[in-house]
Design a protein around this ligand. Structure first.
Ligand code: HEC
Ligand code: HEC
Length: 328
């Protein structure tokens, strides 16, 4: 059935000597499906937050993958999901702000989809609470693919809910794992250079990054106001507030995963920061002042060496991006 795992990008040869990649860490890379028995499931897919109403099957994953790259899912048949979520860029598009059919300018940066299946909410403001609910939205968004539910059904010959079920199943299998940081966390300390290790220590320590970018995917799956997009009080995007209507959520956005972060520039919900160096400078000055700024955002007083170490650490978060079933 051809579902022998579709490796979408090869190892990027960042493992030192250019030799063989090391064996998997003893207790499994944190998100390695099928490894280490996390959550189990016959296909090793048990840790992917799969709802009982849409169990993962190889058929659905294959169907979803076809749909993901099918340009018939956009009004003018020029775009697929993969146009904006390009596998070669960890499923992002390299643009600051997404561009949809008929050159419609969107309003936010395209997020990476790696390990999105482990998330609890979707979109920068978390307005969808399952992938099943999420995946139809780009198809019907006039600034993205611009179809109606009826168009979706006539173009695919499938019920819209089945299209959603298949796409959600496929997206769940998009994974990044086995970064050098995963090996390091599993005890292979030689996998990080001295600078990368110093960067990790800052990340978990004085720079406080891990208080938001914690856990196996370097995200807490919560919403914070870091001041991005708040230049001189001119916020144009309400962020999480539009969903929660809680005043404290003005300008708060979902913490993105940092896996594969070298491939996902430009950064932030508005694509306003071009490089990881820019990101570190942004945090070093304490973000952008505004009434809702998260209390953890404050000047960090990092030296030039320390800033470079943080960047070096983030670059070591690249691993192997795969989609489809594990275990090939
Ligand atoms: C025009 C570019 C574009 C197209 C086409 C597109 N997306 Fe997206 N995608 C985005 C942007 C931009 C966001 C963030 C939007 C927001 O937060 O409001 C996003 C968010 C997502 C997310 C949420 C990720 C997260 O962690 O929150 C998923 C999942 C996703 N898209 C899947 C898909 C699927 C499946 C398709 C095809 C049906 C698709 N996208 C088509 C640009 C696009
Ligand atoms: C208060 C929580 C918090 C802290 C502390 C924090 N971040 Fe973030 N980070 C976020 C949020 C939220 C975003 C998205 C902000 C937005 O776009 O509005 C983000 C975005 C990023 C991005 C962009 C990723 C992408 O794909 O666009 C990087 C890189 C990043 N943070 C690195 C760091 C580093 C390095 C530190 C420590 C110096 C740090 N973060 C500290 C919450 C935090």
């Amino acid at each position: 059935m051809g579902m022998t795992g579709i490796a979408v990008s090869a190892q990027r040869g960042q493992r030192g000597q250019g030799g063989q990649p090391p064996p998997p860490p003893p207790n499994g890379a944190p998100q390695g499906p099928g490894r280490g028995g996390r959550g189990g499931g016959p296909d090793g897919l048990g840790d992917l937050n799969t709802p009982a109403t849409n169990p993962l099957t190889p058929e659905k994953i294959a169907e979803g993958r076809k749909l993901f790259f099918d340009t018939n899912l956009s009004a003018d048949r020029t775009m697929s999901c993969g146009t904006c979520h390009d596998p070669a860029r960890a499923f992002t598009d390299g643009r600051a702000i997404a561009k949809g059919v008929h050159n419609a300018q969107g309003s936010r940066n395209t997020p990476s989809l790696v390990n999105a299946g482990s998330g609890r909410s979707f979109f920068w403001d978390g307005r969808a609470d399952s992938l099943e609910a999420q995946v139809l939205q780009p198809m019907t968004n006039p600034k993205e693919m611009g179809l109606t539910d009826a168009d979706i059904e006539s173009r695919t010959g499938m019920k819209a809910t089945d299209v959603a079920g298949a796409l959600a199943s496929y997206v769940r299998t998009i994974r990044s794992r086995e970064s050098r940081v995963d090996y390091y966390r599993a005890g292979q300390t030689e996998m990080l250079t001295a600078d990368e290790r110093a960067g990790f220590d800052l990340f978990r320590g004085r720079a406080q990054c891990a208080t938001c970018h914690g856990g196996p995917n370097f995200t807490d799956d919560r919403f914070h106001n870091t001041g991005v997009g708040q230049h001189a009080g001119a916020a144009t995007d309400q962020g999480r507030y539009a969903v929660s209507h809680d005043e404290r959520d003005h300008g708060a956005f979902k913490t993105p995963t940092l896996r594969e972060v070298t491939l996902t520039a430009p950064y932030m919900h508005d694509g306003s920061l071009k490089t990881l160096e820019d990101v570190v400078d942004f945090y070093n000055k304490g973000g952008d002042r505004n009434p809702n700024l998260d209390r953890r955002m404050r000047p960090l007083q990092l030296s030039a060496d320390e800033k470079a170490q943080l960047v070096a650490f983030m670059k070591a978060l690249s691993g192997r991006v795969t989609d489809g079933l594990p275990g090939k």
